[in-house]
Each structure stands twice: as structure tokens, then as C-alpha cells.
Design a protein around this ligand. Structure first.
Ligand code: 5RP
Length: 295
């Protein structure tokens, strides 16, 4: 049994050593999965770059009509061609997104707390596997609250979705959440991302933080980075660049796209970093030039 006081020896994450057991499949940790799982993961992660730009607009499941998402029916059609994956609730997709697009779907399947409830960590699995199949989900997104009061509940939710998804070859995305009274430390994210992967999540979403390259190296499945609260566009592009440089296989941004001055141009600028090896400075220049010519 592991020492309850934690490891005594110095850790080495070999952050500069590529993942060893991937064979010739482009998604980390998926080499031994079946055809269906691999097809869904390929709908998410571009085989050329190995990366993804997820556009997250599932905030309404606990935040209601967040600024920038007041009219999904107007916003989403503008952005579909500029991202790889839509991360959304089934309600938003069925009501506001026509099914005539050819992009990945990260379906939000957990729900429960709302902003009026101080403990956001108590959720349930709200979407069953049958409806995830009907929605043609390429992965099912479940909030994971390690360290919060709802920790065990969220681990149970994650495990139930992984079990159901495994039966129908639909991957699970573990969304690392940070409870109100918790800190966004690299130690916390290292623990939470690894727990989610060890429990069987096929993709893990977390936030960028110090020592990110160690967190990415220690996680045996791809990490996508959430944008978090709205930043100045230049800072958001720097965070995107540092995430990719640190080993993330994509960004899953919401507010830093839909609350930016120009969501379409911002999504394209992020895509330049994620798929075309742009630096943050090059992406900022791209964004600024496009904004100027757009006036
Ligand atoms: C909301 C989520 C969002 O999908 C995730 O946080 C990405 O959105 P943002 O970039 O706005 O943080 O999980 O619960």
C-alpha cells in the first residue's frame, strides 16, 4: 500500500521523453482501444497535428445565460467552421445547432449544482448512454471534483460514464473542476488529472498552471486546457501557447472565445497555435491584423 504520507523519493516525470506505449495511433493512451473509440477520438484530435480546438458553451448547465452565450442560435453557427469540437449540453445542441455540421461533439453529461448553490461539487449523471448515442457524442464530459465535498459523488459519476461509454465505444472526458474553497495549484492538478486518467477517462480537461509539463507527462491520456475566466486576448493566446508547448493536446476554451471582441477571429488565432505551430506572438499578430482589417 502506498505510504499515506506520500512519496519520499524525488519524482522524475521525464517531461522531455515522448509517451512510450502509443504505437502508431495519434492519441495518447488509446493504442489498445477498439475501432469505435479510436474513430471518436479521431473526430476530436486532428491526426495531422494530434491536437484539438474545443469550443465550450456548456456553461448554461449551471450558470444559466452567461454573457456572450445569450443567443446560442446566433453565435454557434458563426463558430462551427472555426473549431474542431463543440462542447455543449444536449439541450443547447438540439435546440440551437442544426445537425448539418461535420465536427466533433463533446457532450456534457453531468449536471446538478447551479450558481445559487454554494457547493457546486455535488452533481449527478444527467444524460444516459442511449441519449449520448442518439446525439452522436464523440466523448461524454463529466465534472470531477477532487478534494471537494462532492469528491466521491463525482468519482462515482465519472466511473459510471466510463463504464457505460466503454460498452458502446464512446470516450469519456474528465473535466477537472476546482471547488470554491480550493486552490488551482500544480499539486492539485497533478493529483486530479492522474486520478481521472487512472479511473479510465480517455481525455482530461484541466487548467494551465506552473509545472504544467510535469502534469501533462504524468497523465497517460491527452490533456486539453480550459480557458477559465476571460483574459485579455493577448494573455489568452499566451496561455494557449504555453499549454501546447507544455504538452497539452488542445484547448477547450469558452469564455475566452465567446467573450472576446471577435469570437471567430479569436478561435482562428487559437487554431493557429494548436494546429499550425504559431507562437503566441504570431497568433496575437494574426488576431490584431484581422481585427484591424475587419473594421
Ligand atoms: C464549465 C466547463 C467549461 O466547458 C470549461 O470550463 C471551458 O470553459 P471556459 O474556457 O469558459 O472555462 O467545464 O463547467
Amino acid at each position: 500500500m502506498a505510504d499515506k504520507d506520500g512519496d519520499k523519493i524525488e519524482k522524475n516525470y521525464y517531461a522531455d521523453v515522448p509517451f512510450k506505449t502509443n504505437g502508431n495511433f495519434h492519441v495518447k493512451g488509446a493504442a489498445n482501444l477498439d475501432w469505435g473509440m479510436k474513430k471518436h477520438l479521431t473526430n476530436i484530435f486532428n491526426p495531422k497535428s494530434g491536437n484539438t480546438v474545443m469550443f465550450a458553451f456548456d456553461h448554461g448547465y449551471f450558470m444559466g445565460s452567461v454573457s456572450g452565450l445569450e443567443r446560442l442560435d446566433i453565435l454557434i453557427p458563426q463558430l462551427i467552421d472555426h473549431v474542431d469540437v463543440l462542447m455543449a449540453t444536449r439541450g443547447a445542441l438540439r435546440t440551437c445547432v442544426k445537425p448539418n455540421f461535420r465536427k466533433g461533439i463533446a457532450l456534457r453529461v453531468s449536471a446538478g449544482s447551479s450558481m445559487v448553490n454554494e457547493d457546486l461539487s455535488r452533481e449527478i449523471v444527467s444524460v444516459d448512454i442511449e441519449d449520448a448515442i442518439r446525439m452522436n457524442a464523440d466523448c461524454m464530459a463529466v465534472q470531477v471534483f477532487i478534494g471537494a465535498r462532492g469528491q466521491l459523488l463525482s468519482i462515482n459519476n465519472l466511473s459510471k460514464v466510463i463504464n457505460a461509454g466503454s460498452g458502446y465505444s464512446i470516450p469519456t472526458l474528465g473535466v477537472i473542476a476546482v471547488g470554491k474553497n480550493m486552490e488551482r495549484t500544480s499539486q492539485y492538478f497533478k493529483l486530479a488529472t492522474r486520478i481521472a486518467a487512472e479511473l479510465g477517462a480517455n481525455i482530461v480537461k484541466t487548467y494551465y498552471c506552473d509545472d504544467f509539463e510535469d502534469i501533462a507527462a504524468a497523465c497517460p491520456v491527452p490533456i486539453v486546457v480550459a480557458g477559465g475566466k476571460k483574459l485579455p486576448e493577448k494573455d489568452a493566446l499566451e496561455m494557449a501557447y504555453k499549454s501546447i508547448q507544455g504538452g497539452a493536446r488542445g484547448l477547450d476554451m469558452g469564455r475566452n472565445i465567446f467573450q472576446s471582441h471577435n469570437p471567430v477571429i479569436m478561435a482562428d488565432a487559437i487554431g493557429k497555435i494548436v494546429h499550425n505551430k504559431y507562437t503566441d506572438k504570431e497568433a496575437w499578430e494574426y488576431y490584431s491584423d484581422k481585427i484591424k482589417s475587419n473594421k
